[in-house]
Design a protein around this ligand. Structure first.
Ligand SMILES: [Zn+2]
Length: 252
């Protein structure tokens, strides 16, 4: 838009991108990576907390001076509030992954609101600060979540396409770590899973991934830290309007 003054372009860009903090744009894009000059990567863990996995995950993160973002299921967080508080104490971030992990495109409006707003309120209470992001189960949603996220001042956060580790599917630790260390670059968002159950393959993979990131001079930070370090108004490749077709079933 060369005919527009820079200030106008800036204002338009800001309008589009407050989306991740409550924009008026109905087609506010979901976050799948962040453009940044900092050597930051966001490791994200869905579906916890879990008594079998979360403590080990936190130990590993602490050992490597890394921080992560945990997208917790409300009913699990309710049952294991102590684990949520440990996540916060470790310096990691806790964000909602809905209340009962339903496909948000298949629930009626009232249930959609409860899934999102109840889990956001719970995270706010347990973590001691309001959530900034929401990750829909299976990465699946429609315009109703876009509207609701805007109303609740939440940014819809997905993940970098090449970094969905599908660690829930029985992949070996070697396959998981190879995938991450081959594709990861600054600004990326990596998808792993916490509970329920024991994520042994995820834990073993992280023992290679965390030092591997350091060797690549990349730092594992929270999604909020990565987002705050953005140097461009939009993450590349993540501005597709919703709904995201064909995403169902690609992850958990
Ligand atoms: Zn999930």
């Amino acid at each position: 838009m060369p005919w527009l003054p820079a200030a106008v372009i800036g204002a338009l860009t800001a309008f589009l991108w407050v989306g991740c903090a409550g924009s008026a744009a109905r087609t506010a894009p979901a976050l799948s990576r962040v453009t940044t000059t900092r050597p930051y990567v966001a490791l994200t863990f869905d579906d916890g907390p879990s008594v079998q996995t979360t403590p080990s995950l936190l130990d590993l993160l602490t050992r490597y001076r890394a921080h992560a973002t945990f997208f917790v299921i409300g009913q699990e967080a309710q049952a294991h509030g102590d684990l949520v508080r440990q996540e916060v104490l470790q310096g990691s971030e806790v964000e909602p992954h809905t209340q009962t992990h339903r496909n948000l495109r298949r629930v009626p409006d009232r249930r959609l609101r409860a899934e999102v707003l109840d889990s956001a309120a719970l995270v706010s209470r347990l973590a001691g600060r309001p959530p900034a992001f929401i990750r829909p189960p299976f990465g699946t949603y429609d315009h109703r979540l876009v509207d609701l996220a805007r109303e609740a001042h939440l940014c819809i956060a997905l993940w970098t396409a090449a970094l969905d580790t599908r660690d829930w599917s029985g992949r070996t630790p070697q396959a998981i770590s190879r995938q991450v260390l081959t594709h990861v670059r600054a600004g990326d968002i990596v998808l792993f899973h916490d509970g329920p159950g024991l994520r042994r393959n995820t834990l073993v993979a992280l023992k290679a991934i965390l030092p591997g990131l350091s060797a690549r001079h990349l730092e594992a930070v929270t999604l909020a830290t990565l987002w705050a370090a953005r140097t461009a108004p939009s993450p590349d490749g993540s501005s597709a309007p919703m709904p995201v077709a064909g995403r169902e079933g690609t992850s958990k």
